[in-house]
Design a protein around this ligand. Structure first.
Ligand SMILES: *Cc1c(COP(=O)(O)O)cnc(C)c1O
Length: 366
């Protein structure tokens, strides 16, 4: 029996990719911010309607990059949520900052803006919310809190590429937004990531961080690392970008079919987008709340070679490596705990067929 994975990477036709990388075989210029890298940055700036895009070899190093660039005192606190991929929490911790876990909103699964203020202390320097599943956080309320307390807002927008809120690009909120272009995301560069921002003063340092702080053959003026997106990755991005709208439409068709079958079933809760959000259909989360228990559905699907994911489970405030943090306690984020124990993201990708969606739903509803 064919295996249906939770996702399947979008790829251009082989001919299109070969066409795109032909130049590289002529020039032998494979990395170091070559033509493809520069072209992709420009195309993304215009598509996302943001002044600056800095590309990285993956989204995680982009996140670490922005924390390093802001250079907050070690031990400063960042308010974030545990209902995310470990990368968000790791990037904060690896930068010498303390993740402070805020609970999530029960409908959007994003940070609950009404619970942020009570976590602010004199050590708080920033808020790092996550646009979970491509739903957007309450960006307006978060902006008000950030202004009142003079905090930076760094959005982990890894799930939200191409999403809009009242016609505005998801890249335009907060001080900086990070996108991941990992193979499993709606738009991929194989591995890849980007920081999007409007502050001109960040450009230099964010470039230094990805290329050793090198300014010229004999001129190194920053202790930077290496996190450059290479030309083959950028070429993949240039190709995939041409098909993004079509990919999102195909995902929408899958989501609509799932909703037809699972919407309205007692004990099953689906993510309901507000009309002001134009989604990218990145994930299809289902909360099993009184229907059957999540783990038994997961196993039943697995028996049929259908791989769903408990995404996000466990919470980042309950994984082993954060046990030593005294504030890492899932009991303090009860909504996140509740959701993480009941959620399953079902297979969703552009080429998933309607028949396959129906087969998956038949197994769930059986
Ligand atoms: C994918 C992802 C990341 C990390 O991105 P990589 O490109 O895989 O390094 C960070 N945060 C979230 C929420 C993600 O889903």
């Amino acid at each position: 029996m064919k295996t249906i994975n939770v996702t399947r990477s979008s790829m251009p036709d082989l001919d299109e990719y070969i066409d795109e990388i032909k130049d590289l075989f002529d020039s032998h210029w494979l990395t170091n911010m070559g033509e493809k890298h520069q072209k992709l940055e420009k195309e993304l700036e215009s598509m996302l309607n943001v002044k600056h895009v800095t590309l990285y070899t993956n989204g995680h190093l982009a996140l670490e990059g922005i924390w390093e660039a802001y250079n907050f005192p070690k031990g400063s606190e960042v308010i974030t949520t545990p209902f995310t991929f470990v990368s968000t929490t790791h990037a904060i911790s690896r930068s010498g900052l303390i993740p402070v876990f805020c609970d999530i909103d029960p409908n959007s699964y994003c940070i609950d803006p009404n619970k942020i203020e009570q976590l602010i202390t004199p050590k708080t320097v920033a808020i790092c919310p996550v646009h979970v599943y491509g739903y957007l956080c309450d960006v307006d309320k978060i902006a008000l809190i950030a202004k009142k307390y003079n905090l930076k807002v760094i959005y982990d927008a890894a799930h939200a590429f191409g999403v809009k809120y009242n016609g505005k690009s998801s890249a335009s909120f907060g001080d900086v937004s990070m996108f991941s272009f990992h193979a499993t995301k709606v738009f991929n560069t194989i591995e890849g990531g980007a920081l999007c921002y409007n502050d001109d003063s960040l450009v230099g340092v964010l470039n230094d961080l990805k290329n050793f702080g090198i300014h010229g053959p004999e001129d190194v003026n920053y202790i930077g690392g290496n996190a450059k997106m290479n030309e083959f990755q950028a070429s993949m991005g240039l190709c995939n970008l041409r098909h993004l709208d079509r990919e999102i439409l195909k995902r929408k068709r899958v989501v609509e079919e799932y909703k037809k079958r699972l919407g309205g079933v007692k004990g099953i809760k689906l993510l309901d987008y507000s009309d002001s959000i134009q989604p990218n259909y990145a994930y299809f989360p289902v909360i099993f709340d009184g229907f059957k228990d999540r783990d038994s559905i997961f196993s039943e699907l697995k028996k049929n070679n259908i791989i769903a994911r408990k995404y996000f489970y466990p919470l980042t405030n309950s994984v082993k490596c954060y046990k030593k943090f005294e504030n890492a306690n899932p009991e303090k984020t009860p909504v996140a705990k509740y959701v993480s124990e009941r959620v399953l993201t079902l297979p969703l990708y552009a080429d998933l067929t309607i028949d396959e969606v129906n087969m998956i739903c038949d197994i769930i509803l059986k």
